[in-house]
Design a protein around this ligand. Structure first.
Ligand SMILES: Cc1cc2nc3c(=O)[nH]c(=O)nc-3n(C[C@H](O)[C@H](O)[C@H](O)COP(=O)(O)OP(=O)(O)OC[C@H]3O[C@@H](n4cnc5c(N)ncnc54)[C@H](O)[C@@H]3O)c2cc1C
Length: 455
């Protein structure tokens, strides 16, 4: 186990009592939702923003490597430590202000997405970005990953809902960026920092846009015989000009045995929200499309994410009865233009036969995001197959004008694939931004760039 140098520990203990280095604590923070593990040298869980700032100042001053962690739900290893300190924000969970007149809220970075929405609900308001992990992930994590979510189809991803940030740079400067309180300089920094995966700055406070909840909502579940019918239904829906608030897909799984695959169908979950006449208009547009494809449908009142979770569970039970289901799941995320969803799903079906693997896929279809989830046994041979399947999927996404990451970022998971999407010069420019803002490479040092490995 890595031990923090005792001198650094002494400096840190001068500004925090909340520092832990016993094996149980270190174990708890050695991984996130990605499957690899790292090793932290110490864990710090500050009680207040002041304590957070003081800890970071010591790290900067003494050039101690560290990363900031919210709830650790990211899927790309963004909070896996490689012999660095992990500073956890979960106690920095104050909602500082809710201002419905000016339609914003100010939160500390450790506020849980659902916590903010529960507080806003009393005023009939909401914060729209809603990653499926909404009940555990932090707003600081949402900003750092530029998280998407089911509701982002209509309203845009996290970036579009951030009005301003208070950040700390790696020279110790604390500054506000954004345009909430009149003109503030550095406004355009927002686009650089939102989605920078905890590598460029430390987020201290967040000004988020809040919006009124819609007057009326309809939820719709559509069952199609296969993925092709489902994706052509999606295409024709968008060609009517209608934009659903939510469009999730639980695809027919890619199963090598075509006879077994026939037991599964393709499910779409949709929500339309707005005033009564708009919702009625959407309903009238979509129903003929469903009926002409002989799909089954039903309207439902339950929460759409609850229905989604229930269906996934049912499907897994059914799948386990029909196939020799593998115990491990590897979820990766990538994106294609929405009109290419049919192509990528067909390709994934072909891959499942080529490599004899089952691949599940539940995703924000409206955004063209896919989440191929490969089932595997944890052994050398299957891990090799897994990475081959993943690589072929990412390459196909690029060939279809998509991207190697939709909403989960690069972290350590996609480091090796960055050069498939960007040329050397482009990567060097990104590294230049990192080395300018973090010249000693102490903040989340080994993420995104291979460059981080050599510092
Ligand atoms: C079941 C499940 C469903 C998910 N669904 C979605 C989804 O629908 N859409 C989606 O986009 N993602 C989804 N995710 C991924 C993940 O939940 C999101 O990326 C989320 O935003 C991460 O929040 P977190 O608090 O867990 O952050 P963490 O995982 O702790 O951290 C994420 C990144 O943010 C950085 N960071 C955190 N706080 C700060 C700070 N204060 N200052 C600087 N850097 C910071 C970290 O260093 C790290 O790089 C899902 C994950 C799971 C497990």
């Amino acid at each position: 186990m890595m031990k923090m140098e005792s001198e650094n520990l002494i400096y840190l203990k001068k500004v925090t009592q909340n520092i832990f280095s016993n094996p149980t604590f270190l174990k708890m923070y050695k991984k996130d939702a990605y499957y690899e593990e790292g090793e932290a040298s110490a864990i710090i869980i500050p009680d207040s923003l002041d304590e957070f700032v003081n800890v970071v100042k010591v790290c900067i001053d003494k050039k101690i490597k560290f990363l900031v962690r919210g709830s650790g739900t990211n899927y790309t290893g963004g909070t896996i430590p490689q012999d660095c300190i992990v500073i956890v924000t979960t106690k920095l969970n104050k909602i500082i202000e809710i201002n419905t007149e000016m339609e914003y809220a100010i939160v500390e970075p450790g506020v849980i997405n659902e916590q903010l929405n529960n507080a806003l609900s009393k005023f009939n308001y909401k914060f729209t970005p809603d990653p499926t992990s909404y009940n555990i992930c932090t707003i600081g994590g949402n900003v750092s990953e530029n998280a998407g979510g089911p509701n982002c189809l209509f309203y845009g991803v996290t970036h579009d809902h951030i009005l301003g940030l208070e950040i700390m740079l790696l020279d110790g400067t604390i500054m506000k960026i954004g345009s909430l309180e009149g003109f503030l300089p550095y406004n355009n920094f927002k686009s650089l920092l939102v989605g920078s995966e905890g590598t460029l700055c430390i987020i201290l406070k967040i000004w988020v846009k809040i919006i009124k909840k819609e007057e009326n909502i309809i939820n719709l579940r559509i069952e199609c015989k296969n993925n092709t019918i489902a994706t052509t239904l999606i295409d024709s829906l968008f060609s009517t000009g209608v934009l659903p608030n939510i469009l999730e897909m639980i695809a027919q799984p890619a199963i090598p045995d075509k006879e077994i695959a026939k037991h599964f169908n393709s499910i779409l979950l949709l929500r339309f929200a707005g005033n009564n006449s708009y919702v009625e208009y959407c309903k009238n547009k979509i129903l003929p499309l469903i009926i002409s494809r002989e799909c089954e449908y039903e309207f439902f009142d339950e929460d759409i994410m609850y229905v989604r979770a229930k269906l996934i569970k049912e499907r897994k039970i059914q799948l386990s009865k029909l196939t020799n289901i593998k115990p491990k799941q590897y979820l990766t995320d990538c994106v294609v233009p929405r009109s290419k969803l049919g192509d990528i799903l067909t390709f994934i079906s072909e891959l499942s036969i080529k490599y004899d693997v089952v691949i599940l896929n539940t995703f924000h279809a409206g955004d063209g995001n896919i989440h191929p989830t490969i089932l595997y046994e944890d052994n050398e041979k299957e891990r090799r197959i897994l990475s081959k399947v993943k690589e072929e999927i990412l390459e196909k996404c690029l060939a279809l004008s998509g991207s190697i990451s939709a909403e989960h970022g690069i972290g350590i998971e996609k480091k090796d694939y960055l050069s498939k999407m960007f040329n050397n010069h482009e990567i060097e420019l990104m590294e230049l931004v990192k080395s300018t803002l973090d010249p000693y490479n102490i903040l989340n040092p080994d993420k995104i760039f291979k460059w981080g490995d050599f510092n």
